[in-house]
Design a protein around this ligand. Structure first.
Ligand SMILES: NC(=O)c1ccc[n+]([C@@H]2O[C@H](COP(=O)([O-])OP(=O)(O)OC[C@H]3O[C@@H](n4cnc5c(N)ncnc54)[C@H](OP(=O)(O)O)[C@@H]3O)[C@@H](O)[C@H]2O)c1
Length: 272
């Protein structure tokens, strides 16, 4: 059985915990000082150990995997608490922290050789996430399998070739649900503006989006071909798409990804 320590249990940490808490193959422990009482109460029926303070050397040595799920801005300060520990021989250090490089962990945690960066996203909360992963050269096949299996529990996993790709994935799939919800909000607000009440709007918009995604998945057709097949000449969809295209949605998405990518790179450099 793998012993896993989750450091930080905020939005993303708790989304992961939500899907991992019933796993028989792993034993879970969590350290999150300010949320300790709340978490202990919330998960009191589950076999999860909660630490109010950083575990001591004896306890740390029992873990096979340590996952850092804290904000990039405090990463250096938190890692400082872990830097001099003696870990289990094949310890795997995992980070879901945006921007922080493998070299940052090597520099700030003595004895950290096997390191995997993972970029999950929020639908992990319901087991429908996408997690992009990249590993240090010294990470063993066994450790890669262990972490892949854990993240398979919260959705799909995609292994990337290098760290530049993971910063780019942060901007696309990591932040992606935020853009999708913003677009859904725009769909909904505009439907209300045109005259529908909120409850009807929610159903129309949600099922239009769900149905379109499933159609694309089933037919395996390109989205532009599917759009063309609906936008018949002189029809309503064509009239709507003309306005959308005038507003350059492709350029807008590219600029959105670029801004998030730049931010991920900048966050990676804070306190380096
Ligand atoms: N949210 C997303 O959709 C998403 C997606 C992909 C990746 N990520 C990455 O995941 C990381 C966490 O993001 P988040 O949204 O979950 O942030 P968050 O909600 O702020 O969670 C971070 C948690 O860490 C706790 N913490 C602070 N100091 C700690 C310490 N010394 N030891 C243990 N825990 C400590 C915080 O407690 P306090 O709040 O009490 O300080 C908080 O509960 C970030 O690096 C982010 O880049 C997030």
């Amino acid at each position: 059985m793998n012993r896993v320590l989750l450091v930080g249990c905020g939005h993303m940490g708790s989304a992961l915990l939500n899907e991992w808490m019933n796993l028989k193959s792993h034993s879970l422990a969590v350290v999150d000082p300010l949320s300790y009482s709340y978490l202990k109460k919330k998960y009191y029926k589950k076999k999860i150990r909660f630490f109010e303070k950083i575990p001591n050397q004896n306890e740390i040595k029992k873990f096979d995997v340590i996952i850092f799920a804290i904000k990039p801005q405090i990463a250096k300060k938190v890692l400082n608490d872990y830097c001099n520990f003696e870990f289990k021989k094949n310890i795997l250090i995992v980070s879901i922290i945006a921007g922080k490089k493998i070299s940052f962990f090597k520099k700030n945690i003595k004895n950290a050789m096997q390191i995997v960066r993972v970029m999950p996203n929020m639908p992990a909360l319901i087991g429908e996430g996408v997690s992009c992963l990249v590993s240090s050269k010294s990470t063993s096949k066994n450790n890669k399998k262990t972490i892949n299996n854990l993240f398979l529990k919260v959705g799909k996993t995609i292994w990337l070739k290098n760290e530049t790709q993971i910063d780019k994935a942060t901007a696309i799939s990591g932040s992606g649900p935020g853009y999708v919800f913003t677009l859904i909000d725009a769909f909904e607000k505009a439907s209300q503006q045109i005259g529908f009440p909120k409850n009807i709007t929610r159903e129309m918009v949600l099922y239009t989006i769900l149905g379109s995604v499933k159609l694309m998945e089933n037919t395996k057709k390109e989205p532009s071909d599917l759009a063309d097949s609906i936008a018949v000449k002189g029809g309503t969809t064509e009239a709507g798409i003309k306005i959308l295209q005038k507003n350059k949605p492709h350029k807008m998405m590219y600029n959105t990804f670029l801004a998030a990518y730049k931010r991920a790179s900048k966050l990676g450099k804070t306190n380096d």
